[in-house]
Write a protein that binds this ligand. Sequence first.
Ligand code: UDP
Length: 363
Amino acid sequence: MKIITILGARPQFIKAAALSNAIESHNQVDGNNHIEEILVHTGQHFDANMSDVFFEELGIKKPKYNLSISGGNHGEMTGKMLIEVEKVLLEEKPDWVLIYGDTNSTLAGALAASKLHIKVAHVEAGLRSFNMKMPEEVNRILSDNVSSLLFCPTNVAVENLAKEGITKGVCNVGDVMFDVTLHYQNIAKEKVTLDQFDVSENSYILSTVHRAENTDSPERLTNIIKALAKVAETTDVVLPLHPRTRNIIQSQGLEDKLGNIKIIEPISYLEMLRLEMSAQLVLTDSGGVQKEAYFNYAPCVTMRDETEWVETIEIGANELVGADCDAIIAAVKRAQTKDISSLEQVYGDGKASQKIIEALLNY
Ligand code: UDP
């Protein structure tokens, strides 16, 4: 079986690590059902600390194709990717195209493959925020509609698809990001120290901000920065800053509002995991980081108006606060007194990648 995996953005490298490594292991024990996986990097994220570091650290093999497509408007970026991915698919003639999550790379892979009648497998299918203004929501819905295999992380995702009339090829395999967290937790503890970040166990807040709805709204971004700076007056706030957010902070002249926030460059996955493991709480607008906070028993405060990861809210691991300064500060105080260490894990059993491989082979 030949699979082309399309990736291009940071969260996809992390998700792909689980499956790519599981495919390698599968090939070592089952020579009769060999899977050839070829990686195509669209180039959406290209900085060393947004891309290369994940390939090196998580042992992901080198992409055979590097399309070097980044920037521009959504249509332009997706269109360029569509053109280039189609060329690769015509050349390689894979049995499957594997796509992850909800980025423009996901959609371009889905469209290019389905138009060539190549089967699409979507990992992290069925997630919905029900906010069509999010570019990610458009990418998810369209990708799910052309996929033959839809690997959902939760039952809620399965139900979302059923409501849209999609039931064929849908399976709840659990979350590949949970596989990765479980695999790397001990390694992160061995390789990364909190001293590197000048913080100590359970005494700091880990934050990330990059969602377009926050960065592209001067009002929301200013509110978020004010809230982080206020919290940082009393508790260390570590903020590995996404390049998009850094650029906007600079162009809006918001640097003088950053106060004591410990701003650092984007960090590697192991560094991020280590910080998640010992954080007092996590304050984020990321999709993946909300879940990772919970995987690592850190309460989460999410600076968005809705979330795809509704289970984390329902079980009390996460709280949605939007982008209001006072609401963020109040939610941080509540989260600081929360203990979520006895919550059950609801994102599968850490074997999502194996289940995906079995489903692909049995299709
Ligand atoms: N991440 C990382 N370094 C950072 C920030 C995030 O390795 O400086 C990881 C994080 O642990 C998670 C993934 O990137 O696995 C989440 O990606 P991001 O927040 O960019 O995207 P989203 O999940 O919102 O789509």
